[in-house]
Ligand binder design. Structure first.
Ligand SMILES: [Zn+2]
Length: 121
């Protein structure tokens, strides 16, 4: 009998431990930590922040590819492309975060993203 009671108690502790671990994981997943958020910071969950970061990296990669295209044009013709429309370059012509096409200045050959936070990519 005593052995049976000890076994039941152990199962209960195990169960509570599993529930506690799941609760802890969910709290982390949904960003319910007690970390104080800055006033201008939009509070996002850990996966949402990771996805946002990955899309920012994709945006920087798109801009690098377009800059290489522009450089190839400069090497071939000696001047910046005048009729360059980033939005017509398919998937790499738009920011993956906002979906807005990149801006291009034919005078300086500069190409940039207008999405807030992507100004320096
Ligand atoms: Zn962007």
């Amino acid at each position: 009998m005593a052995d049976r009671r000890r076994r039941t108690g152990f199962v209960l502790v195990e169960l509570l431990l599993v529930v506690a671990i799941i609760a802890l994981l969910l709290a982390g997943y949904y960003g319910l930590s007690n970390r104080p958020a800055a006033s201008n910071e939009v509070k996002q969950s850990v996966p949402a922040r990771s996805i946002q970061k990955a899309k920012s990296v994709e945006c920087a990669n798109n801009l690098n590819q377009l800059r290489q295209l522009i450089q190839i044009e400069v090497i071939e013709t000696g001047e910046y492309p005048q009729q360059f429309n980033p939005g017509s370059q398919g998937g790499i012509g738009t920011c993956p975060v906002s979906g807005k096409p990149y801006q291009y200045d034919p005078k300086t050959g500069r190409i940039w993203c207008t999405t807030p936070g992507h100004e320096n990519l």
